[in-house]
Write a protein of this length. Structure first.
Length: 956
């Protein structure tokens, strides 16, 4: 009973509020709803407030009014967002107009900035990469001393444990290679570059060596499951799933680890492309150089033998010290160590069929091929000296790459699609990436063909049908033929991505053939086939297309090789093909744009070289007619472009007057080498000489060229060209008037040098009479007429002197018009400074002075019939005595001119008789009588001087 009572005893329920027990000597606990009023303070020492800082002396401020020192301080702040804002402020300073001031603080700036590229927070690294991209163009001139420091930070970023840091380091390296490639190529040194290449090799090698699992769930979803997994899966699957159809295979995308390797490969491709150089270019441009242009020097040090220092991957190892040899050797080893990693990455990308490859895979596989080409090209000498390559790891890797990349089933590489699908895809430009891949493989094949030891690898005999050289040639020719047949393919936007690599491959093939010492019939035939394939595509392109300009640059380069240099005898070109190129040159010059002037200059020089060696039978063909027509359209300036029509607007970029002065001279030089000069070409050239937008040197040069080639011109056409040039309208600008006067003098000298005799006055008489009949002629136009009249007199005098016969009279009408013009000029533009007709401006006064001098020189050249006619015309009786007095003053000024002393002495009697008649007719006019007396006195002094001179001669 007691046990049952204890078991059934109920426990007490807890109270709703617990009452704390108070103990003696202890403070009572505060209530829960009591607010503490205690204050805790801390002392902060502020030197100054940022709002009160005087930043007026700062050269650059951000929109938050932060200067460079404040930003550099915040770059090292413990808060990531503060560092991000500071880096954004540096980017803002780099984009300002005064960004060049940052170069003065480049040392401190790089010391604070470079660690941010390795920051642990992604937002800070993102801001750092953006700021680095903006700072590079500004700091580029000042980065040379810090190249090694920058390379050290890059190596640290590439070996960082965080993947994000490695990715951002790759972005920073890519930005540097794009903006300043010489910093890593030359300034950083070989040792730093070797370490950088080693880090790149570690990044692109297999993922297992990096501790990263290659395949993940995303890869399993996209790719094909292994066979073992399929077998195990069938046991667990239900029987209802066995009948399901297999899904089509999708193009696999790069996984996370492969994406990092692809990013490293892309930057490595940029780096190798910037570091490596073309061996052919180096040998022709550096080794053979024997002179250097030094524009700003007064002292030139001469050495008995030039020492050429090569930079980049082709620089030889220094042999001065053992340390230097070790560094150079490590550099070469790092370059060669890239081949196994590239081969492994290629094999991983090529798992499966080509149809399963995505665009990213194809693009980066092309990078692998181009990187391999750069490495093989840099070590050609080493591969050539290798005997069998049994123990050489680099040689074995090169052989394996040849087997994988250049096998008959691998090159050319195309997806296994139907012909219709391929044609449809090609029309959309989808398969251009495959052509880029095959072009890269063709370049690699050209590098392998330069090393015979690589083609004998592993003792395998290669049949002629499967020879590498033949496959490269067939691929290039077939691809060009495919695009030649279809107009739609040539109009594809990605056409340039296909054409340019093909032209580079052809250039490599032709360079390899040019190095062969003996002439090989097969090489000549292969060269002709390749050039003919390019020519057929070239003639079908439009002159304004990018493909046309690429072909033009290629053809110009081939002409430079064939028409000059030591290999001229082995590089002869067929004239039918060359004439097609000449026609394309003419089309290109007719559609030339200012931004392509460098290519235009090269085309001009190549065209001149061809025309100098052009056979006679090709100079009179229809193709040359088309070239001359294009040249005439280029030089023709008579058709002013309209601002309304779009087609006419396009013509403004192809006109000859749109070129600079130096380019105008270069293009005018082409006229000398033209085989013939049709009428439309001379008209176009005459329009150039009439234009005020053509420099005076080009006009004078053109006149000299046509004078030298006058045997190839019709005389009437040439004279018409010269006359139209001299009588061109004159602008009111002072400089243009001076240039026109100089050109007229040059034309007059050319007329005299033609030695036409009395024929010239007869030819020019109608034209000069028509020009003189115009009203409102300015001094420059009057000077032109007087100069042409004087030229006619000089031409007739020159012929009569050579034949020792008395000069026949010039046409009577021409003599009358010339005398009337001279009298009009001398009366209206008197040399007296007190005349109110003389302009107060210096330029007009100079033109009038030159005009009067031209009239005086014309009278000095004339004979009795012309001078006497001039005196009679000048002293004709006038209705007003003031007019006659003015004419007498003109005669008085002429008497006192030293150039006309001989003429007045010869015609003194005639002048005296004319004065006597005037004195009798105007006996009551004091002004006339006074001037006549002065003239008689001047004539008397001339007679006395003549008598004294005759007496001195007789005494001697």
């Amino acid at each position: 009973m007691a046990r049952a009572a204890v078991a059934t005893k109920q426990k007490k329920k807890p109270a709703d509020f617990k009452r704390p027990k108070r103990k003696v000597g202890r403070r009572a606990a505060p209530a829960a709803n009591v607010t503490s009023v205690g204050i805790t303070s801390r002392r902060i020492n502020l030197l100054e407030q940022s709002l009160l800082q005087d930043k007026s002396h700062a050269s650059q401020l951000t929109h938050r009014r932060q200067a460079l020192p404040e930003l550099l301080t915040q770059v090292g702040h413990y808060n990531g967002h503060v560092r991000q804002k500071a880096l954004q402020g540096l980017k803002e300073l780099a984009g300002q107009e005064t960004a060049a001031n940052l170069r003065a603080n480049a040392s401190v700036l790089l010391e604070r900035f470079l660690p941010t590229l390795l920051d642990e927070e992604a937002v800070v690294r993102e801001a750092a990469v953006q700021a680095w991209t903006s700072l590079l163009p500004v700091l580029r001139p000042s980065l040379t001393p810090f190249a090694t420091l920058i390379a050290v930070y890059f190596c640290s970023g590439l070996t960082h444990l965080q993947i994000g840091v490695r990715q951002d380091a790759l972005r920073a390296i890519g930005a540097l290679v794009d903006e300043a490639p010489e910093l890593l190529r030359e300034d950083a040194g070989r040792e730093a570059l070797a370490r950088l290449l080693e880090n790149f090799r570690d990044l692109i090698c297999a993922a297992q060596t990096q501790g990263i699992r290659m395949m993940n769930s995303y890869d399993l979803l996209l790719g094909e499951e292994p066979k073992t997994a399929k077998k195990d899966g069938r046991k667990n699957h239900k029987t209802s799933q066995k009948g399901k159809q297999v899904k089509t295979k999708k193009p696999k995308a790069p996984s996370g680890a492969l994406a990092l390797r692809f990013a490293a490969l892309k930057v490595l491709h940029k780096l190798l492309k910037s570091v490596s150089t073309d061996p052919g270019h180096v040998s022709s441009g550096v080794v053979n150089a024997r002179s250097v242009s030094i524009p700003m020097t007064k002292t030139l040090l001469l050495y008995p033998k030039p020492r050429l220092v090569a930079s980049g991957m082709f620089a030889s190892a220094p042999l001065a010290t053992s340390g230097g040899v070790k560094i150079a050797a490590s550099w070469q080893e790092k370059v060669r160590a890239l081949l196994p990693a590239l081969l492994e990455l290629w094999l991983e990308c090529l798992e499966g069929s080509a149809d399963a490859l995505s665009d990213a895979h194809v693009e980066h596989m092309m990078y692998i091929v181009e990187c391999t080409t750069a490495v093989v090209s840099a070590n050609t000498d080493l591969l050539t000296t290798a005997s069998n390559g049994g123990d050489d790891e680099f040689f074995v890797a090169a052989l394996k790459l040849r087997e994988e990349l250049l096998a008959p089933e691998s090159f050319p590489m195309l997806p296994s699609a139907s012909e219709s699908l391929a044609a449809a895809s090609e029309s959309l430009g989808v398969l251009s990436r495959w052509h880029g891949m095959n072009a890269a493989l063709a370049k690699l094949a050209c590098e392998y063909l330069r090393v015979p030891s690589l083609l004998r690898g592993l003792g395998k005999e290669v049949s002629p049908r499967e020879s590498l050289d033949k496959r490269v040639r067939e691929y290039v020719v077939s691809t060009l033929a495919k695009y030649t047949k279809t107009t739609e393919l040539r109009a594809v936007a990605s056409m340039q991505n296909v054409l340019q690599p093909l032209l580079e491959v052809i250039t490599l093939i032709l360079e390899r053939h040019s190095t062969v010492q003996e002439t090989n019939t097969d090489n000549i035939g292969e060269r002709s086939i390749l050039l003919e394939a390019v020519t057929q595509f070239y003639v079908l392109c439009t002159p304004r297309s990018v493909s046309f300009r690429s072909c033009t640059a290629f053809v110009v380069e081939q002409l430079e090789i064939a028409l000059g240099g030591q290999q001229r005898q082995r590089s002869k070109l067929a004239w039918p093909m060359v004439m097609k190129w000449v026609v394309c040159f003419g089309n290109f010059l007719g559609q030339l744009e200012p931004q392509h002037m460098e290519l235009g200059r090269r085309s001009i020089l190549a065209l001149i070289s061809v025309l100098k060696q052009l056979p006679t039978e090709w100079a009179a063909g229809d193709q040359m007619d088309g070239v001359l027509t294009n040249l005439a359209g280029f030089f023709d300036l008579t058709a002013e472009p309209s601002t309304e029509k779009t087609e006419q607007k396009m013509l403004t970029r192809t006109r000859f007057d749109a070129l600079g002065a130096a380019d105008q001279l270069a293009f005018v030089a082409l006229v000398y080498h033209v085989p013939r000069y049709p009428v439309h070409l001379l008209r176009a050239l005459a329009s150039c000489c009439k234009s005020s937008r053509i420099c005076s040197e080009a006009k004078s040069f053109l006149v000299d060229i046509l004078f030298q080639r006058r045997e190839a011109l019709d005389l009437a056409h040439f004279v018409s060209f010269l006359v139209s040039t001299a009588l061109a309208p004159v602008s009111s600008e002072e400089q243009l008037q001076r240039q026109q006067s100089e050109l007229v003098d040059h034309v007059c000298h050319t007329f005299v040098a033609m030695n036409l005799g009395n024929s010239l006055p007869k030819i020019l008489a109608p034209t000069l009479a028509k020009a003189q009949a115009r009203e409102g002629l300015n001094p420059v136009e009057l000077h032109t007429l007087v100069s042409l009249y004087r030229t006619c007199v000089m031409s007739a005098s020159t012929r009569s002197h050579e034949t020792q016969q008395q000069r026949a009279d010039i046409p009577v009408e021409m003599e009358r018009e010339m005398v009337g013009l001279v009298v009009k000029v001398l009366v209206e533009h008197s040399a007296s400074s007190s005349s109110h007709k003389v302009s107060e401006q210096g330029a007009s006064r100079e033109q009038e002075r030159l005009l009067v001098e031209a009239c005086v020189s014309t009278l000095a050249l004339s004979e009795a019939n012309l001078f006497s006619s001039f005196v009679d015309e000048l002293l004709l009786p006038q209705q007003q005595a003031l007019t006659l007095a003015r004419r007498l003053r003109v005669l008085q000024a002429l008497v006192r001119t030293s150039d006309l002393v001989g003429a007045f002495r010869r015609h003194q009697n005639h002048v005296t008789q004319s004065l006597c008649k005037l004195e009798q007719q105007y006996a009551g006019e004091e002004d006339v009588a006074k001037t006549v007396r002065q003239l008689r006195g001047d004539l008397g002094l001339l007679a006395v001087g003549q008598d004294i001179g005759d007496g001195d001669v007789s005494m001697k």
